[in-house]
Design a protein around this ligand. Structure first.
Ligand code: GLY
Length: 304
């Protein structure tokens, strides 16, 4: 049978195009009832920002950065402008971004940067290093032309009040994973870390394989939860490896979180995306802010 040129192109294009999808989380913890509406709204906006970056020939890398920048700027989550405070009532932020090609950039312990995720991308694309911390990261930001902010600009009245009230167990990290139409994967994670952490403490989010991981041969994972437990179990890489042996991404996410709980007592959540677009969202905390937008959906789905 003769197959015309246009039809051959359509088949090739169909074979090559992958299902586009973006998943976000805004932290896994005991999210107060009065915060749930703002979480839902901000997740929808973050998904819309990420989805618009995925349109056409858009890249997964741009999509995860856009979505996380949106959540950092929202003031709703414990990242960027909504950061929780450390024991000195200061903000110290960590972030990492990674692609399925194993390109990686991360920053930790930064205090004068509104969007640590974008600085992490600069580290990935414009430096020969993978992780830069503290004042070194801020010097690098200045070199790259990224404006520094006053650290107090990142401290909200809500977080000052929560510090005084002594709220515990807040794992309000944000993250995104995406797969674009060309089959590229990316992940981004940004956080102010655990509540009342010691000054200088770094969590799992900026550590490759712990809170953030992507490998086009398996999948991509962004974690939220008790960082020390996620470091001990190299959580995000372990979840990606589980994609190889489990029947679906949901089972891989759930089993890995159960293993972490059993081995360390640490709780948290994952968004886990397999290279073919199958995905899992799981948590061992009372709640997790999460959402998804993919090919064929009319509007993003979010839950808190
Ligand atoms: N999972 C965020 C942190 O422990 O810093």
């Amino acid at each position: 049978m003769y197959i015309g040129k246009a039809h051959r192109y359509k088949i090739m294009n169909g074979l090559m195009r992958r299902m586009r999808i973006i998943i976000v989380h805004g932290g896994a913890w005991n999210i107060p009832e009065e915060d749930k509406e703002s979480h839902r709204n901000s997740l929808k906006e973050a998904l819309a920002a990420g989805w618009s970056a995925l349109k056409g020939n858009g890249r997964a890398l741009d999509a995860v950065e856009e979505a996380v920048v949106h959540m950092e700027n929202s003031g709703v989550f414990h990242a960027g402008s909504g950061a929780s405070l450390n024991s000195e009532q200061k903000v110290e932020l960590d972030a990492a971004i990674m692609t399925g090609d194993l390109n990686l950039g991360a920053v930790a312990g930064v205090s004068c940067i509104k969007n640590p995720i974008s600085l992490a991308r600069y580290v990935m694309e414009n430096s020969k290093h993978a992780l830069i911390v503290g004042t070194g990261a801020q010097i690098f930001a200045k070199q790259q032309g990224i404006p520094l902010c006053d650290p107090d600009e990142l401290v909200t009245a809500r977080e000052r009040r929560r510090f005084k009230e002594g709220l515990e167990n807040e794992f309000g990290t944000v993250g995104a994973v995406a797969l674009d139409g060309n089959g590229n994967m990316a992940v981004a994670t940004s956080t102010s870390g655990t509540y009342k952490k010691m000054a200088g403490r770094v969590g799992d989010s900026p550590l490759v394989g712990c809170g953030t991981y992507a490998d086009k041969e398996r999948g991509a994972c962004s974690a939220t939860g008790h960082g020390e437990s996620f470091m001990k179990t190299v959580a995000a890489k372990t979840a990606c490896d589980a994609l190889e042996k489990e029947p679906d991404a949901q089972t891989a996410a759930e089993k890995t979180l159960q293993m972490i709980l059993k081995r360390t007592g640490g709780k948290g959540g994952f968004i886990l995306l397999r290279k073919d677009g199958d995905y899992g969202i799981a948590f061992t905390t009372p709640a997790m802010a999460r959402g998804v937008m993919k090919e064929g959906m009319e509007a993003p789905e979010v839950s808190v």
